[in-house]
Structure formats: structure tokens, C-alpha cells
Design a protein around this ligand. Structure first.
Ligand code: GLV
Ligand code: GLV
Length: 317
């Protein structure tokens, strides 16, 4: 029997699944890691982490028995992959199971930002709705416009598939062109980043956070977007330079934004709070009961596989 340290009480049957084969210790970190994990980690053979846990080299070094890290997220920029790899520790994540929920939410943000849904909600609650008006809260057209997708991975493709129902022209940008089948299935056309930013009415971000994508959308990139465009981010906050985005929204370089992720979560750039043209969400794109239960189960099953000496299904390294 091995020891698995889990940094949050997992939903569904994931914890009992882990407990059916191993001893499980739940250490609620609420993002306060590595410090909260340090006392439990020296004996741990497995670690189930959340994206709020910083799985640093320091934490990994303090865990001589560790053989597997299961990160309950598709993104794994919170894990020091090099340190894990150096120790021969297997890292697994939870792609696939959250693709549709995340793509749905990117769409929720696109529609909300374009059609001023949250602004309208605040307007009604403030008692300011005094009857239908021809010019009230006019937003942006969504149907039959151009959508630019940054990163045509699983989630980017699911966003593109939905865009076809809106009759959109779909562009995508990423370092390597996608396979011909993927382009045919999504109807997305590969263009350089500059062309995508200059031509799109909507830009949706679906690249992972790496040293090359950090601040990919900086001041120069934001200035090259259409003043009528809407930017949506459901990947990682630091892909966008937040200070420049706040300036872009305030000065009208772009029309609106929908953000589920932020550079320094849970901190929100103070200027966003005063702007009406940004829809703010608390990192909930995959947050449906069914998806979160699937993520927990997916990570638990893979951690069990590694501890049994079997091949995991979702191996990062
Ligand atoms: C959520 O942000 C994830 O990476 O799963
Ligand atoms: C809107 O409610 C309309 O009827 O045009």
C-alpha cells in the first residue's frame, strides 16, 4: 500500500477509488502550497495537486518516495516538469474530459462580452431599466463575423466547431499548422498571429502557458487588434499582459473582453473592476458537476495505474 497525498477533497468517487488501493491523506491547501504540503510530502508516493498548488522543485525534493504527480487540470504550468522529469516522476493531467465544458464557457464569455450580458444584468438590478429603447445597450454582432483562435488544440477545436453554427469565418494561429483533417473538420484557416489579430472580430485564447506564450498578447499585439474586437481568455492569465489589456479596454484599442483567468489569481487587476466592457469570471470554465467529477476520476485512475506499475492514459512526462 502506498501513500497518496491529495490537496483537496475530490468530488464524486475519486477519493474512494484511491482509498480502495492506498492510504490517502487529504491536505486542504487552498492554494497555500508548497508550505501546507511540506509536512505530509516526505512519505508520499503519489500527489494529487490542483492548479493552485505550486509543485516546485523544493516540494519535489522534499518527497524522496514520490513516483507520480496527478495534476487535476489540463494545464500544468504550476508543476515544475523539469524537476519531476529529473527525478523520473511521472506527471499526469486531465485533458479530454473538460474540453466541451471549457469550450462552452469560452462561448459564454464571447456572447456575454459581445452582447453586454453582465452589464445589462447590473443595469436591471440597479433599477435603471425604464422600458425598451431602440438604442439601449447596443452590442456587437456575433453571427457571420470572424473568429480567431489562438491554439487549435482540443479546446480550440471545440470552440471552432461551435463557431460553425454561428456562420463564422474561422482563423487560427499556432506555431505548427494543424493536420489537414483538423482544418477540414473545423473549417479553420491557418494564418500568422499578426494577420489573425488584425482580421478577427473575436479572439479566443487556447494556448498553454509556457515561456514562449507568456505575454504573447502584449501591448503591441493588443494595439494591432480591431477597435471593435472582443478578446476572450479561458487558458491562463499570463498569456496576456494584463496591464496592457486594462489600458486597451479603457482607451478603446479593443471593444471588450471576457476573462476567466488572471495573471496573479486570485488577484484581479484593479482597473478591470472599474470597467464595464470586461466580463470577469473566477476561473470556472471547466466548472460543471459532471466535468469536475470526471477530472477527479481521470486523475485518480491514472495515479492508481502508475502506482500499479501500469501505463497511465494521460502522461505529461
Ligand atoms: C483549468 O484551468 C485547467 O487547466 O484544467
Ligand atoms: C425585441 O424584443 C423585438 O421584438 O424587436
Amino acid at each position: 500500500m502506498a501513500l497518496v497525498v491529495v490537496s483537496c477533497a475530490l468530488p464524486g468517487d475519486a477519493l474512494s477509488l484511491l482509498r480502495s488501493e492506498h492510504e490517502v491523506v487529504v491536505v486542504e491547501t487552498t492554494g497555500e502550497s508548497p508550505n501546507r504540503l511540506l509536512p505530509a510530502i516526505p512519505e508520499a508516493n503519489g500527489l494529487v495537486s490542483m492548479l493552485t498548488d505550486r509543485v516546485t522543485k523544493e516540494l519535489i525534493d522534499a518527497a524522496p518516495e514520490l513516483v507520480v504527480i496527478g495534476n487535476c487540470a489540463v494545464g500544468y504550468d504550476n508543476v515544475d516538469i523539469e524537476a519531476a522529469q529529473g527525478r523520473g516522476i511521472t506527471v499526469v493531467n486531465t485533458p479530454n474530459v473538460l474540453t466541451d465544458a471549457t469550450a462552452d464557457f469560452a462561448w459564454a464569455l464571447m456572447l456575454a462580452a459581445a452582447r453586454r450580458v453582465t452589464e445589462g444584468d447590473r443595469f436591471v438590478r440597479a433599477g435603471r431599466f425604464h422600458g425598451w429603447e431602440l438604442g439601449l445597450l447596443l452590442g456587437r454582432e456575433v453571427s457571420n463575423t470572424t473568429l480567431g483562435i489562438l491554439g487549435l488544440g482540443r479546446i480550440g477545436r471545440a470552440v471552432a466547431t461551435r463557431a460553425r453554427g454561428f456562420g463564422m469565418n474561422i482563423l487560427y494561429s499556432q506555431r505548427h499548422r494543424a493536420a489537414a483533417e483538423v482544418e477540414a473538420e473545423t473549417g479553420a484557416r491557418h494564418v500568422p498571429l499578426d494577420a489573425l489579430l488584425g482580421e478577427s472580430d473575436f479572439v479566443s485564447v487556447h494556448v498553454p502557458l509556457t515561456s514562449t506564450t507568456r505575454h504573447l498578447l502584449d501591448e503591441r499585439a493588443l494595439r494591432s487588434m480591431k477597435p471593435s474586437s472582443v478578446l476572450v481568455n479561458t487558458s491562463r492569465g499570463a498569456v496576456i499582459d494584463e496591464a496592457s489589456l486594462a489600458k486597451a479596454l479603457r482607451e478603446g484599442w479593443i471593444a471588450a473582453a471576457g476573462l476567466d483567468v488572471f495573471e496573479r489569481e486570485p488577484e484581479i487587476h484593479p482597473e478591470f473592476l472599474d470597467l464595464d466592457n470586461v466580463v470577469l469570471a473566477p476561473h470556472v470554465a471547466s466548472a460543471t458537476e459532471a466535468t469536475r467529477a470526471r477530472m477527479a476520476r481521470c486523475v485518480a485512475e491514472d495515479v492508481l495505474r502508475v502506482l500499479r506499475g501500469e501505463r497511465p492514459e494521460q502522461r505529461v512526462v
